[in-house]
Design a protein around this ligand. Structure first.
Ligand SMILES: O=P(O)(O)OC[C@H]1O[C@H](OP(=O)(O)OP(=O)(O)O)[C@H](O)[C@@H]1O
Ligand SMILES: Nc1nc2[nH]cnc2c(=O)[nH]1
Length: 173
């Protein structure tokens, strides 16, 4: 059984999510759709949506379900689409949201898939960013925290499907 060393406590995450919502409403006035990447981004999307409401936005919420890591701690190199959006995203402005950007493959795959549907402007947001690990070039407009090359879990992020339920984010050791 792995152990988890706390990296970001619940209150620290909440404060950063609140600040990110402020940055997002400044940059994206008007209507937009949040598109979260399941499963990892579920908690982040839920908290960010409520923070966006407090900041004065009223986004719609959709999800795409992708998988790349499976039970492993390294990307399979192949992103699979396990669950798609309903129709009707054409022409909409989208804020694409993931919990973590590592190689960049998952969010780049999702961004490409959205662009194929003729959406309006697209912004990207990640709670955690590991820039040292990037293999695919992708622009992240809103970043919660930049972290080193460590494997993390908690707050929706799993290690072999465990630890998503933790209210904090920790390093898997
Ligand atoms: O930048 P990348 O190297 O693509 O890694 C980031 C992705 O890896 C995790 O997803 P995972 O495939 O583990 O699926 P999950 O969201 O269901 O946990 C995480 O939620 C990101 O979507
Ligand atoms: N759980 C988990 N999934 C990831 N996917 C890409 N990087 C990570 C990570 O650090 N932790």
């Amino acid at each position: 059984m792995a152990s988890i060393r706390v990296l970001f406590r619940e209150a620290e995450i909440a404060a950063r999510v609140e600040a990110l919502a402020g940055e997002i409403v400044q940059a994206i006035p008007g209507d937009f759709v949040m598109v979260g990447l399941l499963k990892g981004a579920a908690f982040f999307v839920a908290d960010l949506a409520r923070a966006l409401d407090r900041a004065g936005a009223c986004p719609e919420i959709e999800f795409l379900r992708l998988s790349s890591y499976g039970l492993a701690t390294a990307s399979s190199g192949e992103v699979r689409l396990l669950g798609d959006l309903p129709s009707g995203i054409e022409g909409r402005r989208v804020l694409l949201i993931d919990d973590i950007v590592d190689t960049g493959r998952s969010i780049a795959f999702a961004a490409a898939s959205l662009r194929e549907r003729d959406i309006g402007d697209l912004w990207t947001c990640a709670l955690l960013d590991k820039p040292q690990r990037r293999e695919v070039e992708v622009r992240i407009d809103f970043i919660g925290f930049q972290i080193e090359d460590v494997f993390v879990a908690g707050y929706g992020v799993d290690h072999a499907e465990k630890y998503r339920h933790l209210p904090y984010i920790g390093i898997v050791e």
